[in-house]
Each structure stands twice: as structure tokens, then as C-alpha cells.
Design a protein. Sequence first.
Length: 742
Amino acid sequence: MTECTKTLCPYCGVGCGLEVSPPARPGGKATHRDSQGNPIWQVRGDRTHPSSQGMVCVKGATVSESLDKDRLKYPMWRDSLNQPFRRISWDDALNRIVDRIQTIRRHRGPDAICMYGSGQFQTEDYYVAQKLMKGCLGTNNFDANSRLCMSSAVAGYLQSFGSDGPPCCYDDLELTDCAVLVGTNAAECHPIAFNRLRKHHKRNPHVKMIVVDPRRTATAEAADLHLAIRPGTDIDLFNGIAHLLLRWGYFDTAFIDECTNGFSKYTSLLPHYSPDRVAQHCGIGVGDLETAARYWGEAKRVLSLWSMGMNQSSEGTAKVSTLINLHLMTGMVGKPGAGPFSLTGQPNAMGGREAGGLSHLLPGYRSVKNPQHRAEVEQAWGVPRGQISPQPGRDVWRMITGLEQGEVELLWIAATNPAVSMPDLQRTKAALRQSPFTVYQDAYYPTETTEYAHLLLPAAQWGEKTGTMTNSERVVTLCSKFRDPLWDARADWAIFAEVGRRLGFVEQFNFASSAEVHAEFVRLTRDRPCDMSGMSHDRLRHGPMQWPYTQADAENPDAKAYTTGKRLYTDWRFHTPDGRAHFVAYPSKGLAEPPDPNYPFVLTIGRLYGHWHTQTRTGRIEKTAKMYPNPFLEIHPRDAEKLGIADGDWAEVRSRRGSIRVPASVTKNIAPGTVFVPMHWGALWADNAEANALTHPEACPSSLQPELKACAVQILKVPPSTVSESAAIAQVIPEANPAMHV
Ligand SMILES: Nc1nc2c(c(=O)[nH]1)N[C@H]1C(S)=C(S)[C@@H](COP(=O)(O)OP(=O)(O)OC[C@H]3O[C@@H](n4cnc5c(=O)[nH]c(N)nc54)[C@H](O)[C@@H]3O)O[C@H]1N2
Ligand SMILES: Nc1nc2c(c(=O)[nH]1)N[C@H]1C(S)=C(S)[C@@H](COP(=O)(O)OP(=O)(O)OC[C@H]3O[C@@H](n4cnc5c(=O)[nH]c(N)nc54)[C@H](O)[C@@H]3O)O[C@H]1N2
Ligand code: SF4
Ligand SMILES: [Mo]
């Protein structure tokens, strides 16, 4: 291995470049060791990476400390969930999967088989999984945790622009006059992208920053205007801003006439959104609403940024398209510093979308519903015409209900921890318990999902396999392997390919390396909106590349091969049949489960700067674990007082589905009537603090993304005498399961 390997941070979708070097200097001793005595690889920001320019946040800087701890070492098997696991060979493990798949195909058909993957896959992993499930088995039952994350953004872009694909680039963060951040706590969740924006904002007094979030987050602290709207009122706000823009004449008639359609239907909706009504509904002042509209109207370039406060909603797609309407109305797209820009959650949720990694998609931003798309992919995969099903497969919630109904016979979970991250956990776990055969492919042991698996497969993780990831600005980085997989771990794509070969698809899965997988994948992007047919692992070794990047670009000697900073839609032609962007008119509906006298509070759930999701890594890193000794409930002093709750008192939070007990953090950073709990504490990391014990699975009808951001709860003070037995917080590294026999 070379001294220093360039790669990408495996956490968030900002996609910061990292340089990794071995723990020991030549001839020297390993400098740092983790708490289990393993030497720690050295990580620093890659100054040559265009997206991050050498910057990293605490998660990227500390990631290597978790790499060796509590790894799943070998394939493990048990016949039933109440037995202990025992070690088996890879050969045995793979044969068990193949036998079971063959039996199910014969008796029930391929639609009884499901795979649930992750935005933490590399693109090569995603691609091989699509080929296996959709191409060879003939079921579209592949879904990913992006369903819980980005699917509303995907559906919104598709509706408004005719295709998925964030049109902006990070340079826009430094070129905008007005940044509107909606439902995104970028200061904690996309810190390095946010730093670029914050610096620009500080240096240029004319630049405005608006933050729309029910909580006064670290992001909101930096804003000129914080609109602390009631959860679920974003569409009212956007339509209210549009109402004012129209009234004040802030719209771009030429752009609307020449590049869009649907404007008149849209404007016919706007009279309902008078400033008074909107302000009252959103719980903000009319003056603040007017300021927001004025900032937008007066700016030459408006950039909007959003993430889960928009997407995780029962009207997530409508929220996205309604925000895009404002851009269309003012011609704020396809030019520097302007456009709607979704901040991608996971490091490779973007690559997942490109590879077709949701149950309604195919590689190259194609749809399973489109006969031409299916034919193109079938031909490329060398499978018979008609092999790919025209029906969208099960989204992940329908995998859960399919288990309940006995319709799913094999569930293969990889690189995600659904026993923490899925809505309505009690129901999710009960369904997982009913699964006749669950394969769980992860890097760590245990995670909360381990308990629901029959077969555990040890996955090679970051640094142990080579593959590509695409960040929010469409920049693809080669993440090179810097060491061999630990123990018996294997790369996800290699596991899927081996199962494919053993099922008889020898030619389809005859890949000698992930570079070959990548080469086949990029051929399928040719002439598609996400064209990256000019990329290859070899070219990416010279540095990250941004799509679109065509074969012609690669062959053109004058092409600035490795330039980034490109935007989509600079010619104002969109991917719709008529080339125009669409105004989509949506009335607001609000929350699926609004508060009522029995459940008077809206609970919202989100993230903290130092933790990553279910803590599989960050809970095992001293620095990040110490930043947050325990989970908590944020509650406004006025509400706390009414309930007799003081700061630090234990509170019980109950929804119609479950309850948790956490200490209260009494703070004015949250609006009265709304409370907040972080998502990071699953059953391994604290007793009785799982946020998703409370949430419901109601989802957006277009994107099928569940409303993980809001549910109705009641709050009770826990009498101090009952606290010690019922709610001890275990902020310790979980013991390996004593039932595990290796
Ligand atoms: N530190 C850290 N960073 C991460 C992650 C992590 O686990 N930890 N995960 C990554 C992933 S996968 C994702 S998806 C992103 C998520 O990144 P974000 O979406 O920024 O994070 P969240 O905290 O989930 O939610 C953002 C905000 O939405 C607000 N919100 C709730 N309801 C509403 C509403 O109705 N309207 C509006 N406007 N806002 C609302 C919440 O108050 C919250 O502050 O972060 C990525 N980055
Ligand atoms: N209430 C509520 N619920 C939420 C959210 C919320 O905001 N509120 N957010 C949702 C969102 S946006 C997301 S993205 C999800 C995240 O939820 P999850 O995906 O469940 O969370 P992670 O902890 O990131 O789990 C990733 C797993 O992949 C493993 N892993 C890492 N690298 C590899 C690899 O290369 N191969 C394999 N096979 N495994 C690997 C890790 O060890 C870890 O166990 O949570 C969702 N759930
Ligand atoms: S901002 Fe995101 S990609 Fe960058 S170092 Fe932090 S977690 Fe990693
Ligand atoms: Mo996410």
C-alpha cells in the first residue's frame, strides 16, 4: 500500500476528501491506539479535493478510530432467532442463501425476496445489487434507506424538472446573494458545506441568510432571519412568499413564459395564502414573512438548501416542488449562485440514485415503469426481454408489512440498521421477528438489527474496498482501499456477485474487480441526465470528477477533464418532454398526525454534530461519544413549567405507538408546543430512548418517504423515585453478545 491514500469521508453527503496514512511511520512505532489497543490510521483533509478544500469536521477527523472495534468477523448462522449464532464458512453461508432463494423462486416467485440496502454502499455495490435483484431474479424489491432520506427530493426534482439531479454546485455557496435553508441543520449535519456558506455570508454584508426550522439550531443562529415555523407548515410559507412576490412584481416573466408551464394554475392557488393567514398558520410574524419575501425578491441570485425537514414529510414531494416553484417564478435556476439544492444525507445516496437503487428505479436515472428503459437495461445485462418487472417493487415499509402478511420470505439487509432507524419500531421489530429468513450484512457486531438476523455476513467497510461515491454536488470520488478487509469480511458487491454466479448467472457477474463493475455501470449512464460514461476508476485516480461527464468529454483533448463547479440547466432546457420546467400546484395539508388534546405536542427528531445515525461508529469513538453523554428531550420553558419539569428532570414521552424516558433539556431554542429528541440512541446505547418507538409510518404518497420528522406526543414528568430502576442510561460500548460462539 502507498503511504497516503486519497479517499472520501464515509459519513455525510458533503463528501469531503480525506488522505489516510498508516498508523506506524516507517521504522517507527504506531503513534495512537484505540481503546481496544488497535493502532489508529491517520486521517487528514485532502486540500486538493474540490468540494472540501482540505476541511473536515469532527466525524471525518475521528473516523479511523472506529475501524477495528467490535467488527463482525465471520459469517454466522442460527436456525431461529432465539438460538445463539455459530460461525460458519463463507461457502456454507453463500450456499444457504442460494438454496433459500431457489426454493422461494420455485414456490412463491421472486417477489417474496427483498433486499434493503443503503446510501452507505459504494456505487459498485448498489449496481451489482440491482443487477442481481431486478435483472437476474426479476423482482424490483430492492429498496434503500434513501427511502427514509432523499426520496422526496428525487420525486420533487422529477416532477418539476423531468429528472432527478441536484442542479447546483458548492461554488454556488460562495456566489449567492440570498441563501434560504429549509429544514436543514447544515451547521451540524453538513458542516463543511455550511462553513463555505457561512464564510461567504460573513465576508459580504449584502448576502442574506434565511433559516426555516422549528428549532433555533446552530444553523439558525447564523442567519439574518430565522423563521421558526410550526412543523409541517412549509408549503404555507412558500405559497405565502409566492403570494407576496407576485403582489410586489418580483417575478421573471420571460423565464416563466419561455421555460415553464403550469404558472396560471399555480397562481390561482396563491390568493388563499394571504400574509395574515400564512403568518398565523406558520406561527411567525407577518413582518418576518414579508422580510423573507423581500430578501428573495431583491436578490440577484437565490440559492435554497434543504434536507430532512422537507423530505421526511407526508407531503415531502409537494414541499420540494413548492420550493422549486419559487425558483421558477423568479428565474433562479441554472445560473451561478442560484437554484434549488438538496443536501444529500449519506455519503453515496447520490450514487444510489444513479445506479437505480430504489424499488421504482433502474440504473442511469431510469424508471422500471418505462418500457424503453427496461429494454435498454435488459439488453445491457444480457437477460431476456421482459425479465425486468414493470411494477415498482416494495418500498421498505411495504417490506415490513409484507413480513407481517407472510408475503416476504427472505429479507436481505445490508449497510443499514433498521431496528433503530425505521418508523414505528415496535411494529417494525415485531415484523422482523416474523421473518422466515433474514440475512444481515454489516461491518459491526452487534448492532440493534443483529438480534433479528438468521445469517450474519461480515462486510468490508470504508478503506477495505475500492469503489466510487457521488456527493451532493455530483462530484464522484474514487474511494481507494488502503488496507485489506479485516478477518473474513468481503466487499458488498463481491458478495452479491458471488451469489449471482452461484445462482447460475455466471456471465452477468463475471467481474474481476470493482473497476470492471464501474465500467459496466457508466456505460448505462450514456446519454442519460447523469451521464458519466467518460469516467473510469483509472481517470478518477487523477482526482474527483463531476457529472455530466461524457465519453466525448473524455476523448476531447481540450476538455477540462477534471473541472468541477458545473451546473445543470444552464440552457434553461429541462428533461421534461416539452423541455419546460413545471410549476406544480399543491395546497398545504399539514402533518399526518397533528397534535390534539390527548397528544398535545409535536415531536421532531434529528441529529447532533458529533454522532452518526445509530452510533455504530461514533458511539465507539471516545471523542464523539463524550460530546453527548446521553439522549435528551428539548422542551420550551413555558411547556416545561406547565408540566412541572425542571432542566435535568426525567420526562416520559408517549405517542400512540410507544414511549421513551429521557432527561429534559429546558431551552428556548425550541418553540412552545414542539419538542425534540435526537435519533442516535438505539437499544444498545441507552435504555428506553429510541426516538422511533414514537414515530408513525405515514408517508408521502408520491415518494413513499415516511414522516419521520413529526408525530403527536404527550409528556409526563417521571417521579424521581422511579427513575433509577426504569431509565438508567447506558452510555457505554455494548458488550459483545454473550450468546455468540465463535
Ligand atoms: N452529524 C451528523 N450529520 C449527518 C448525519 C448524522 O447522523 N449526523 N446524517 C446524514 C444524513 S443521512 C442526513 S439525511 C442528513 C440530515 O440532515 P438534516 O436534515 O439537516 O438533519 P435533521 O436534524 O434530521 O433535521 C433537520 C431539521 O429539520 C427540522 N424540522 C423538523 N420538522 C420540520 C418542518 O416541518 N419544517 C422545517 N422547515 N424543518 C423541520 C428539525 O428541527 C431539524 O433541525 O444529515 C447527514 N449528516
Ligand atoms: N425518526 C427519525 N428516523 C430516522 C431519521 C430521522 O431523521 N428521524 N433519519 C432517517 C435517515 S435520513 C437515514 S439515512 C436513516 C439512517 O439509518 P441507518 O441506515 O439505519 O443508520 P446507520 O447507523 O448509518 O447504519 C448503517 C450501517 O451500515 C454499516 N456499514 C457501514 N459501512 C458499511 C459497508 O461498507 N457495508 C456494509 N454492509 N455495512 C456497512 C454500519 O456498521 C451501520 O450498521 O435513518 C432514518 N431514520
Ligand atoms: S462534513 Fe460530512 S463528509 Fe465532511 S468530514 Fe464532516 S461528516 Fe465527513
Ligand atoms: Mo439520511
